[in-house]
Design a protein around this ligand. Sequence first.
Ligand code: 3HC
Length: 693
Amino acid sequence: MTTVTLQRIDALGVITLDHPPVNALSRAVRAGLLARLQEALADDGIQTLVITCAGRTFVAGADIREFDLPLQEPHLPEVLAALEASPKPVIAALHGTVLGGGLELALACHYRVAATAATFALPEVSLGLIPGAGGTQRLPRLVGAPLALDMIVGGTRLDASAALGAGLIDGLGEGEPLALAQGFLRDHPPLSPRPTAVQTVPPFDPDAFEAQARGLLRKLPGQEAPVLALDALRGAWQLPLSAALQRERELFVARRESAQARALRQVFFAERALAGRNRALAKAAPPVALRQVAVIGAGLMGSGIALCLANAGLATVLIDTQPQALERGRATIDSYFSGALAKGRLTADQANARAALIRCETTLDAVADADLIIEAVFEDLAVKQEVFRQLDRLAKPGAILATNTSYLDIDAIAGVTGRREAVIGMHFFSPAQVMKLLEVVRTRAVAPAVLATALQLGERLGKTTVAVGNCHGFVGNRLLAVREREATLLVEEGAAPEQVDRVLREFGFPMGPFELRDLAGIDIAWRNRQGRGESLSPAERACDLIEQLHARGRLGQKSGAGYYRYEPGQRQGQADPLVAGLLAAHRQRRGLTPRSHSDTEILERCLFVMINEAAWLLEEGIVEQPVDIDLVWLHGYGFPRYRGGLLYHADQCGLERIVSTLEGWSAALAERGTRISPRLRQLAAEGRRFLDS
Ligand code: 3HC
């Protein structure tokens, strides 16, 4: 239900927008606003106007759902121009998240007052857009070019006190926004119209501005919108106002149709749909109340998980039977909180309260009161099974037993307990307090309430929480393994690791497969390969670069050398002639004549084998929906958001083309023990897409 009402309170005309859930500026809202504005201007009894919103927030932006439709009148810039031209003063009374078109609406008003908890941003670039209703022109006039740059290109969000300090708003306080506007009017008689657009941008240092812009763009490689947003912003001092507004609008309209904007919209809605599905599941099987959570193992992972729990206000017991390990864990936790305090992200009271939520213990019987126990010990099936045997004995009835394994068989872990229905996987990503992804791994016997509890906890921790089935590596690491295998085979055939890494970085990954391997550790890959034993195909076994690097003590960044060489204290690797020599000798031993690879072949080999494996994941029922695979790789593995996700990207490439390319490699794929997924073939044959299936 959408309503825009005009209410008269003495000489005040109050226009209230009511369009749940976030008062997005749909066509109906824009039309209603324009109509009520005209009524208010025609009413001689009204001297001043207030624009406010019902519900939890002021306008949170244009209506993103309309971006796939043709433009519909009245257009937002026209509505805002009418508002700004009002001969009666207009006050925006703000609360909640004043975002995008919502902030542009506020900027077109003559005065702005806000509730203390309000926040302000122009997040359009995160949707592949630029502000399209005057944001790039009015914002710099109020807050100056440097801050406008941070907000428009860098997505910086201001809280209300920062907004007041920057001159974005004119007043703030506790209480109802309408009452704040009335108070403001009382304190500032008589108010007269004060259009933002007629002001000029305050003077600034152009060289410093350009340096700041270059710095921001460097952090956003591959994204088109920030570059165009900067272009539009420069218009605020380089062009006459009407020309600058027109340029901004043209760029915005063109962006709506762009591939990047479409991909980013897809991700925006996919994330919200996932949260909705998790909520529905939690409703169907009421989750267990969590009063206390125990974490076993105080390594980087265990202490990171404890931090996540404490940050969400959960009483946590961190247990490690080795006192020194526990001490290191406590030190990690303390340094995290002192860092948060120093950076101003937490107050001293908040930091102390959260740190106090974590109690450290050295014996496993400290799990006795825990409602949920998350195991994060060494990645070895026998070690984990032993821990679970003990937990089964020590945990109270009804407690949930979760493992943070990243690829082991969780049914085999559950099988050693007498409560298989209470065992589940909760695969956090390192560092757990930073990474957004949580894979919740269903086991064969898991009870619905246990699954619902894990999903609900993930949401509470602020994670993108994806339910997946139990298989080697689950979704994320299973796909990572096929990409790494393909990348290694490319290198065996003659490509250089640095070429493969560059190609994947240019596609938009933050790092390439070999850089990632050096970061994660050659020893981890080595152990994994040892664990896979007979299941390695002959081609994989013969391509034993990991064993060769491991034998030379090249364990990756931690040992100063892996696929690359690292100068002390450097995280950026250098190509190493020693590795080139090792590769040449390896090829010679195997009788392989090195050949060169085009960048396209490298990219397609790495991505298409992942897409094929993803189709197998769907075939095996490991995920509920194709989009879940995309969310895992977007949030856990740096898949470029502006490409929409692995399977969204596959749909854009065309499944028929992918299948025919894979068919061209079928002999080589067979050597690696890989078959083309029948599901992928079927979708391609029917001309369908993953995300519609
Ligand atoms: N348009 C349409 N629907 C929107 C929306 C928008 N701008 N913003 C949020 N929604 C919907 C969500 O899809 C969700 O719907 P659902 O319940 O059916 O899944 C519902 O509102 C609630 O959203 P969240 O679950 O995200 O609720 P939160 O409370 O966690 O977050 C929020 C609220 C901070 C407003 C967040 O939704 C958000 O960041 N929204 C996007 C804001 C944005 O990017 N605005 C700029 C749009 S582009 C623009 O304005 C162009 C202009 O320059 C012309």
